[in-house]
Design a protein around this ligand. Structure first.
Ligand SMILES: [Zn+2]
Length: 137
């Protein structure tokens, strides 16, 4: 195998990182919370796994409002992207003062082959190299 091809092949197999997240319940000033989340309640997300502190629950509708945003918050984003700078999500109940602050608390590393059955693409041959010569017969 050619040296350049080995390097590119390793890059394709390299593990990838996702941010680990902790979501903590806050309260909008002067607005009561009406759902079943309490100030300071939290949950964590590492990879695809969501965990709650022992004995704590989290309301389904509040979780439903957060779920579409969490995979994007797990990924590296551009410094000017609003997904990087904005971290507070409002409770979907318009009468509830619940706010959910998403913290990036660390990173976890994953191998592609562990998280999916879809194979990585085979590296295409480099176009800047001449094809190997064959001997004239
Ligand atoms: Zn609420």
């Amino acid at each position: 195998m050619q040296k350049g091809r080995v390097r590119r092949s390793r890059a394709l197999r390299a593990p990838f990182r996702l941010f680990d997240l902790r979501v903590i319940v806050e309260q909008a000033p002067g607005v009561k919370m009406v759902c079943n989340h309490k100030l300071g309640d939290s949950f964590e997300l590492r990879g695809e796994n969501l965990s709650l502190p022992p004995g704590q629950t989290f309301p389904l509708y509040s979780l439903a409002a957060l779920l579409p945003l969490l995979p994007a918050k797990q990924r590296e984003t551009h410094p000017n992207d609003w997904m990087t700078t904005d971290a507070v999500v409002a409770c979907p109940d318009p009468l509830c003062g619940g706010r959910f602050r998403i913290h990036r608390i660390g990173t976890s590393t994953f191998d592609h082959s562990v998280v999916t059955a879809v194979p990585l693409p085979t590296p295409a041959p480099r176009k800047d190299r001449k094809p190997a010569r064959t001997r004239a017969r």
